[in-house]
Design a protein around this ligand. Structure first.
Ligand code: GLP
Length: 242
């Protein structure tokens, strides 16, 4: 069963997510699963503010990111490596070696996937942060991805590339066609999951995830099988589940 929190706006959604994150950060050596995209940025801002104001330290925190584009260098301004540094890592005291972002800049992405999964399996993620794609994807697991998938290479759907074109000068041709992504089974190993979904363009995917039949047509519907998922929405994303 999902714990569903409907908030008035994005800032409130970020605050609700932060409350759950804060409890996990009180643990001794927390392992965080982190996401990119617009949805978690407000949460990361609150984590940075809390670090600055209350001195919450990340020296003993380990992080694993969900995914990375293939075919752009990690120094590219739209790589997820860059995203994480700009939106979180550069503003907290986490040692670089404690952070893991899949490597997409490689001639052998399959090998990178195997290496990433091997490292990931050494840990149990205490809290996994997720967003959702408008086609129901989580991380970059597009519709049709098997529920038992581990870290793998994914060809991106046109809808996903169109959604993400806003970060690439509104030009879909500049959006990479493939990505390395944690698989659905990799994500399900997390002890606790929080999903942030806001805005009207997420309403259908949110409905399919919560009320739809569990099916690979909506990869996020696999979360129905997890026993600790909190879904944090704004009113727009929640319109169809009422
Ligand atoms: C991207 C990411 C996902 C993210 C999703 C939604 O494609 N790979 O991890 O959850 O899209 O992004 P946003 O939060 O910007 O709507």
């Amino acid at each position: 069963m999902f714990n569903i929190i409907v908030t008035d706006n994005y800032d409130q959604a970020s605050s609700e997510a932060f409350k759950i994150m804060r409890d996990v950060l009180r643990k001794e050596n927390p392992v965080l699963g982190l996401a990119t995209g617009s949805s978690p940025v407000g949460l990361y801002k609150k984590m940075i503010a809390d670090h600055n104001t209350n001195g919450t330290s990340y020296k003993n925190v380990i992080t694993f990111n969900l995914d990375e584009y293939i075919g752009i260098p990690k120094t590219h301004d739209q790589s997820y490596y860059t995203f994480m540094h700009e939106n979180l890592f550069d503003h907290i005291d986490i040692p670089e070696e404690n952070t893991h972002v899949p490597v997409g800049e490689t001639d052998n992405p399959e090998e990178e996937c195997a290496k990433y999964e091997e490292e990931l399996q050494k840990y149990t993620i205490d809290i996994q942060v997720l967003g959702i794609g408008s086609d129901g994807h989580i991380a970059f697991n597009e519709p049709g991805t098997p529920f038992d998938s581990l870290t793998h290479v994914m060809e991106l759907e046109e809808q996903t590339r169109r959604d993400n074109a806003r970060f690439f000068d509104d030009n879909i041709d500049l959006v990479p066609t493939h990505a390395v992504t944690m698989g659905l089974a990799s994500i399900m190993r997390a002890k606790k999951i929080i999903m942030i979904a806001t805005g009207a363009n997420k309403a259908d995917a949110v409905y399919d995830m919560i009320k739809g039949q569990k099916s690979t047509d909506c990869p996020a519907s696999i979360l129905q099988d997890h026993d600790d998922v909190t879904i944090i929405l704004d009113k727009e994303a929640a319109t169809r589940i009422k």
